[in-house]
Design a binder for this molecule. Sequence first.
Ligand SMILES: [Zn+2]
Length: 197
Amino acid sequence: MNFCNHCGESVSQKIPPNDNRMRYVCDSCGTIHYQNPNVVAGVLPLIVDNDGIEKVLLCRRAIEPRYGYWTLPAGFMENGESLEEAAARESIEEANLKLNKLNLYFVMSLTHISQVYTMFIGQAKNDFSPGIESLETKLFTESEIPWEQLAFPVVAKTLKSYFTDRSNFLSDNKIGVLTPNQVDDFPVHNFVYDVKK
Ligand SMILES: [Zn+2]
């Protein structure tokens, strides 16, 4: 970052008062430009094909990075939408696929690229086609997954976890929009992680 997006003057890296990290601070107006991780929402779509076999839908990317490689529908959240809305939107954009059930499956922090990757298991009818970001959309059984042609490690991780867990997978949905007056109804984590200094 070189210029302040508030006033257009130059910025410098410095640690603001009462902070402990380097930030971009405007030399003119003093605005502190915080940079935080981006959230990716994605889905592993499960579809029963015309022969009654449950398969996973993959999309072959029509965009860089990793043009031509296979992936699960996923993308960055937009402002103003919920996590599940983002996952559902990405499924429509990449595969013209309407999901009728979503269960949060896992959350992966990709600290090296400052992304939080959230993955749902989704269920849908056998009705899909390539969206503008996809060259091809296709159903795969576990043995048909093109492991060597997957776009990203986190996609492989998602698929491997799913096939490992499938025999005993049964999960309540633990995702929603949380407003302050709903806090008492929301599940509370009973463990605490140490904060890295
Ligand atoms: Zn400024």
